[in-house]
Write a protein that binds this ligand. Structure first.
Ligand code: FNR
Length: 238
């Protein structure tokens, strides 16, 4: 806890570092370098993930560190099949644009990580999960985000590949009954972190204005907090 602030805020430099990680984190597919990630760096990333919040402190995650090229080739083949199916959702120019996108770095990156959710961990009555059972999956996503941000601070790129059949993936990884793959991630050092999302740079989709996404007392209601509205409009676009 910071000694110089009664509200225990981080110092300006610490805040800057945290917001840098948030704004400069990227989903990486095209810029991976083959250089391995040192064991101590990977350990710190896993430790960051393991300190995520989780419903009822369930900690439903496990981490599979996948190095085998043979296994990764099989997963990439599975991706290729699913991606061909996904491409059929588009027509004409959009379909061509989709096919040009690079949406995975399974073999370009030196290591892959599958973050799973053990839906049975903690027994049948997990505190906070009674009304919405998917809370365990949401918790697992928070572990992923912790890792993603820590990775950016370590100079390590992360790419999430979700164009995979979850049953096939679970089978390839030998996951036990009740354990689901939530995130399949590619990790590695990068030639660069792009300034904006690759999908924005490729003209696929742009960031929405935050002001259009903040509502007042109910969906579509204007904000009563005028100062907040002005502050949102004054934010620099990122
Ligand atoms: C749950 C989930 C699943 C996926 C992704 C993200 C998330 C959160 N993203 C990355 C996604 O395209 C990317 O986050 C956005 O385009 C925004 O870019 P930045 O992450 O800010 O660089 C992603 N990217 C990709 O190339 N192939 C994929 O299969 C997926 N799947």
């Amino acid at each position: 806890m910071s000694k110089d602030s009664p509200r225990a805020a981080f110092s300006a430099a610490e805040r800057h570092g945290l917001y840098r990680a948030i704004f400069e984190r990227r989903d990486v597919r095209s810029q991976f370098l083959p250089e391995p990630i040192p064991a101590e760096v990977l350990a710190r990333l896993l430790q960051a993930a393991h300190h995520a919040p989780s419903v009822g402190f369930m900690q439903p995650w496990d981490f599979l560190v996948i190095e085998s090229r043979e296994l990764r080739s099989r997963i990439q083949a599975s991706y290729a099949r699913e991606n061909a199916r996904a491409a059929e959702n588009y027509r004409g120019e959009r379909a061509e644009r989709y096919r040009r996108l690079k949406l995975e770095g399974i073999l370009d990156s030196p290591v892959n990580l599958c973050v799973t959710c053990d839906r049975r961990r903690g027994g049948p009555h997990v505190l906070g999960r009674n009304s919405i059972p998917e809370m365990d999956r949401f918790s697992t996503c928070l572990a992923v985000q912790n890792l993603w941000l820590a990775a950016r601070a370590e100079g390590v790129g992360v790419g999430w590949v979700s164009i995979l059949d979850p049953v096939e993936l679970a089978d390839l990884l030998g996951l036990p009954e009740g354990v689901e793959p939530v995130a399949y991630l590619c990790l590695g050092y990068v030639s660069e972190f792009l300034d904006e999302p690759e999908l924005a740079a490729e003209g696929w989709r742009q960031r929405l204005p935050l002001t259009e996404l903040v509502h007042g007392d109910g969906w579509g209601r204007p904000l009563e907090a005028e100062a907040l509205g002005l502050a949102l409009e004054g934010l620099e676009p990122r």
